[in-house]
Design a protein around this ligand. Structure first.
Ligand code: 13P
Length: 252
């Protein structure tokens, strides 16, 4: 049985003044959720503050990106070791917003996932198709291409130290989530692909769904056989909504 993980991707939201109330509510709520893991993925400048509020709680934290490089002349980048310094457990890699806005290609995403694993972090590796790709019938070829780059670079054994997230680009921030059938189909296909390389790794791999997850649709999505949690954007900025999604995952 795979545990469920509900991870809140704050994206470029938050403030030094506003964060403590959200973090304290999430920490308090996490204590009541024995069977579901929670995490928040915050902007880099808030990692120290996040640690100070969540240390000792059952809510983990992490970053939204990590460099593929261990250190050196890489202006603006943040290494896995630096994230370790701030107690991070997770780093998102390959989010579609970074693929689209920063031109991150599969090879770089895979290198970031490898740097995270080697640096003792758990990368949350995002894959997902655009609406155009879905309508052209290319959903599975696209997510397989994105997954294969990571599988090839890490090798299947190291894949066991990652979390995968299926985030259809057309469902992110649109209010329009994938239907349960659409999500389950892709999750099952992703798991099968990893299982073909190593059955134990594939069957144990946590695969999160992301894209307009909210309290109203969480129970149905979290109840699907190959969905092991959620990567939550907008709804992670309100403690009540985020914790309601956690409670739905616990019931599912
Ligand atoms: P929303 O939940 O706001 O659609 O964002 C999903 C997402 O991109 C999480 O990484």
């Amino acid at each position: 049985m795979r545990n469920k993980l509900i991870a809140g991707n704050w994206k470029m939201h938050g403030s030094l003044v506003g964060n403590p109330a959200l973090l304290q509510s999430v920490a308090a709520g996490a204590a009541t959720l024995a069977t579901v893991s929670l995490a928040v993925l915050v902007p880099f400048p808030y990692l120290a503050q996040t640690r100070s509020h969540l240390e000792g709680s059952s809510c983990a934290w992490g970053a939204q990106d990590v460099s593929d490089q261990p250190g050196g002349a890489f202006t603006g980048e943040v290494s896995a070791a630096m994230l370790q310094d701030f107690g991070c457990r997770y780093a998102v890699v390959g989010h579609s917003e970074r693929r689209a806005r920063h031109g991150e290609q599969d090879g770089l995403v895979a290198a970031k996932a490898l740097a995270a694993v080697e640096g003792g972090l758990t990368p949350i590796v995002c894959v997902g198709e655009t609406l155009e790709e879905r309508e052209a019938g290319n959903t599975l070829p696209v997510v397989f291409r994105q997954l294969d780059a990571v599988l090839d670079t890490l090798g299947v054994r190291r894949m066991a130290r990652t979390v995968l997230a299926y985030e259809p680009v057309w469902a992110i921030g649109t209010g329009r989530s994938a239907t349960p059938a659409q999500a389950q189909e892709v999750h099952a296909a992703l798991r099968q692909r990893v299982s073909a390389a190593d059955w134990v790794v594939g069957s144990g791999l946590q695969i999160l769904y992301g894209g307009s997850v909210k309290p109203a649709n969480a129970l149905e999505l979290m109840g699907l056989p190959d969905i092991d949690g959620a990567l939550v954007g907008g709804a992670s900025l309100a403690a009540d909504d985020f914790l309601d999604i956690g409670r739905a995952a616990a019931r599912a």
